[in-house]
Design a protein around this ligand. Sequence first.
Ligand SMILES: [Zn+2]
Length: 418
Amino acid sequence: MMRQILSLLCLVSLACSKHVAWRPDGTEYSARTMERVWRVLGEFPVIDGHNDFPMAIRDLFHNDIDAVNFDHDLTQEAPWNDFYMNHCDLPRMREGQMGGQFWSAYISCEAQFSDAVQLFMEQVDIIKQLVAKYPNDLKWAVSSDDIEAAISEGRIASMIGVESGHAIGSSLAILRSLYELGVRYMTLTHSCNTPWADAAQVESGDFPVRADGITQFGQKVIHEMNRLGMLVDLAHVSSDVMRQVINTTLAPVIFSHSGARSVCSNVRNVPDDVLQRMPEVGGLVMVNFFTCYLSDDCRERDVTVLDVVKHINHIRKVAGVDYIGIGGDYNGVPWTPVGLEDVSKYPSVFAALIEDQEYEWTDEELGKVANKNLIRVLREVEGVRDRLAAEGLRADNTWVPQGDLGEDTGCMSEVEQA
Ligand SMILES: [Zn+2]
């Protein structure tokens, strides 16, 4: 309700003139279009699937949260104003009509088979400190009910997504511990294979397959995530992994920041045969804004919000309107589309959809893209968790087979000799 009142006030106030959004051709969206945008996002504020701001806290400040002025305009403040991924602060999140954010706990693949588990834990910790530091704006959320409560209080629901399976060191016990810490999705890989799942880059030939999709242990990871109620995130995995996980999972899956591969051929995007299976699995594709995941000719021309609309429309055509979300990948990519420079610009996506000629978007459908689809998927995943608990399913204590680890045991203290 608070949000509706604020957006109504905004509609009648000249003070909100900064909210003017621009079409890619430099003209202003019509007042009528923007009135609909504020109405829809007032009721259904944007929940974004992936933001790498916590990585910047690590890289720029060694996780000293006191040095982070997240409530300031960071476009005006060192070291941010010189930083190439300066996409996010609280004022801009508010301007962008945000209602929720999955903050990414990300550590690069270099840490795999080394100190990855520790470093991921440190990122989970810093996200919790960030949320705790700004209680008037951010609300810690670990459930669909928490997200709805945050939105009704006019705060931004803050969830944790762990970006990459190397966070668990091939241990289901660590997976469970991350859930206990509040992690609500895990991307199965980043740009490297884990011992139990292949990354997208095996398709571009950057490195060879390791698991041939997912291994038997990988299937156990999926089932343990289903049992816990943690979203399985298929951004970054190979399309064989996508297909095998859809065959395996008991609950809906997400792509926290990916697009449609027939619109842009990058292997980070989702092929049509996988999109077609979203209704069957109840999944969600949260569209990424990185220019080179949006368009194959990203280096030859300006990529714009209209390229985002192309991906959204394609996913709508192949999967349906119930399977689309937004996962901008802000603070994680060097180039963003013209007109979508930072998190303040989400309203432009909805203005462009309203003016789009391919589909007549209803307010209800726009609300689904903004947040309702994500909330529905999380609720379904929680329902599967509750059903499996009622059936008496217990924790899986399987250890990763030694053979899956191959030579990658150098940092392990408990290795069986072959
Ligand atoms: Zn990513």
